[in-house]
Design a protein around this ligand. Structure first.
Ligand code: PMV
Length: 328
């Protein structure tokens, strides 16, 4: 095993066509494909060191020792890498986000994408983007989309080999910004791993999934043509459909707060008034407001004035997961 330590940097992503529900929970094969954008400026930095003297895997998250569920999930992920590389050493994993925890940014996407690259490199493997995306998917579905750069599509596929993400356009293709309106920083009660298992309990899920290929085609084309109007209506529809499924699951998952709805309505009004702006919401109350970069100062200011909004983060399209060469 020539290399024992490697560090990687990854950006979280925001989905424009959402992933909600799996056909295979263990492999995280999704019921539908999805499309997202990586978020520049927001990043996870992860260092993995395989060390023959360790008796168990160790995890430090944002400066604190992590045990329990977080460590188990990382250890299970490292097992996939160990199997692939044919090694059995335990590892020390140190991971840091530069964005606040619970800020409505999917930290598992950048976390497992960075871990996939750092761990496979430290284990002596050199994988192409598609293979790295498949491995990252085992940690968190959305992590498969943080591996390639810019605007990314995750092909649902039907097995490990066919389920991976690839770039559909580079980060500089379209000057969009994501203004993330923070409504609550408290930890969500039901995380997405559990939420995916509940998706089939909604009678709306089948119809959401049946329409996903058409919505994927429209959003992919709108991105390629930089057609904001078409993009905006389809992104909002897809987010609303996912939340309709969540709200009609058993038990129901209601992630919105009153301020979430206030932002959704304000964004609709701003678009009618001529701004290139639309919203999308993940498994939490915070709202990702997508707008053209040249209008994002205005949008950020207006969002900050809505009662209940405590902060607004801003990100432009981000590049792929990459190695951090100068890491200590
Ligand atoms: O990758 P997970 O298991 O955290 O699921 C992500 C689910 C959503 O963020 C709600 C949608 C998506 O496609 O990112």
């Amino acid at each position: 095993m020539p290399t024992v330590q490697a560090s990687a940097i990854s950006h979280p992503n925001i989905a424009f066509i959402k992933y909600w529900g799996n056909v295979d929970h263990n492999l995280r094969i999704p019921v539908n494909g999805s499309i997202s954008m990586n978020l520049a400026g927001l990043e996870t930095r992860t260092t993995v060191t395989f060390d023959a003297s360790l008796q168990s895997d160790q995890l430090t998250l944002n400066g604190s020792n992590a045990n329990g569920a977080a460590l188990e999930r990382v250890s299970a992920f490292l097992d996939h890498v160990r199997t692939l590389a044919g090694i059995n050493q335990c590892a020390r994993v140190t991971s840091k986000n530069n964005f606040p925890a619970g800020a409505g940014i999917a930290s598992s996407s950048s976390a497992f994408a960075a871990l996939a690259l750092a761990a496979t490199t430290a284990a002596g493997l050199s994988l192409d983007t598609a293979e790295l995306s498949r491995i990252a998917r085992r940690g968190s579905g959305s992590a498969s989309r943080s591996v390639p750069g810019g605007f990314v599509e995750w092909h649902a596929g039907s097995d490990h080999e066919t389920s991976f993400a690839e770039s559909i356009a580079p980060a500089d293709h379209w000057a969009l910004n994501d203004c993330v309106a923070i409504v609550s920083k408290s930890h969500k009660e039901t995380g997405s791993t559990e939420g995916h298992t509940m998706a089939p309990t909604s009678s709306l899920q089948d119809s959401r999934v049946a329409g996903a290929p058409a919505r994927l085609d429209i959003v992919r084309q709108a991105i390629l043509e930089r057609d904001f109007g078409t993009f905006a209506s389809m992104v909002e529809l897809d987010s609303n459909m996912m939340h309709a499924v969540m709200m009609t699951s058993q038990p129901p998952l209601i992630y919105w707060q009153p301020a979430t709805l206030a932002i959704m309505q304000a964004v609709g009004q701003w678009r009618r008034e001529g701004l290139d702006v639309c919203y999308t919401i993940d498994a939490g109350p915070n709202v990702h407001v997508i707008c053209s970069a040249d209008q994002s100062d205005t949008v950020q200011k207006m969002l900050a004035e809505i009662p209940g909004v405590s902060d607004v983060l801003r990100a432009s399209p981000g590049g792929p997961t990459h190695l951090q060469k100068d890491a200590a």
